[in-house]
Design a binder for this molecule. Sequence first.
Ligand code: C5P
Length: 396
Amino acid sequence: MSVYANVLLVADGPVSLRHTPELLVALRQAGPNVTTLMTPSAALFLPPLSLSLLSGGKAKTIAEATEADYAAADCVIVAPASLRTLADMRQPEWRERLGYGKRPVLAAPVLLPAEDAQAAEKELQELTACGVQVLTPEQDMSFGAMGAVRTASVSRCLEAILAAVTPHDLAGLKILLTAGPTIEDADPARYVSNRSTGRMGCALAQMAARRGANVLMVHGPMSVPIPEVPGIECVSVRSALAMHKEVMARANACDVAILCAAVADYRPVQYSHEKIKKGGEVDGRFSLILQRTPDILEAVGALADGERPFLVGFAAESEELERNALEKLAKKNCDMLCANDISEPGAGFAVATNRVTVFCRDGERIDLPLQSKEDIAAAILTIIRKRLPPKHNGKS
Ligand code: C5P
């Protein structure tokens, strides 16, 4: 998912020695053009050439910056920012240069161990009142001789920049997502589950939040980190029954439901509180009796009109993709069904890419190319946006 935009990064203070190179590498991967400016204190620790090498863009001291450097920026971020620089950012000269009100201006303050937390809080509030998006210092970072410093993580800064330069075409929408596998316990040690990692669900959550949606993700045990970004609220469950309960309690308050969890189809009929002992086999065979779990997608599809969100299902198929997908679309009363052939290399479980075909209620079929799960997620959200009837647009 390449993002096209011009970002101006102002690096400040000694913490830039660790934070800025990492942020530049992450930004370069994400796509935007980056110009880096260094305050005098950052320039003491980092030569411009190093930053230029990492970002592939211009890097210079703030004294060398030109009008054109500021004018070209779609978004400005001061990260990391010392409290002293935050105070400077309230002065007319900085406001004018960074362009408050004209474009998103972000700041990631750094709190040093010796700093007075109350004074810092006041500074952050005053800067927020000026129209700067302040990224709360939430991560303790061990920083050599300086001890533990607190700032917004690199991934948090990256996501805030990408959200700031991405059009918010999903603003006001409440999206319910299911993601990951479910685990159906047989005893304290054994369970029935599947190979889902939760990657597709995380990509959908991240892309939707970046585009302004409020995402509620009900997820099973995930093997990939859940994006820690504002706009994503999580409810963690383990079993299909728990996921069913949490989804049904929330579905009618949402505009869109995208159910991409790989819900286990069967669960052990009985949970054994003691570990099941070997030795009870008959002819060397041991039977675990399983029963069907509730079909959550079908249950949401069966909600009455007005209660039912715009409903998107997923289907992992290993044969007869179209026939099976159309059957599920109708049976589970979905508006859209995203199907993928898990027998194809590069598609399905535990890989970074996928090839998805979207089947719509009105018979339209959209074949998306093999691409990253983030790009697939973005394409699916665009199709949803186009097809969402007005009654669902921010109904909550
Ligand atoms: O029938 P199948 O399991 O292939 O359907 C897949 C779709 O149904 C996915 O959207 C999945 O999240 C959903 N599903 C569900 N509850 C189940 C089984 C599947 O919500 N118990």
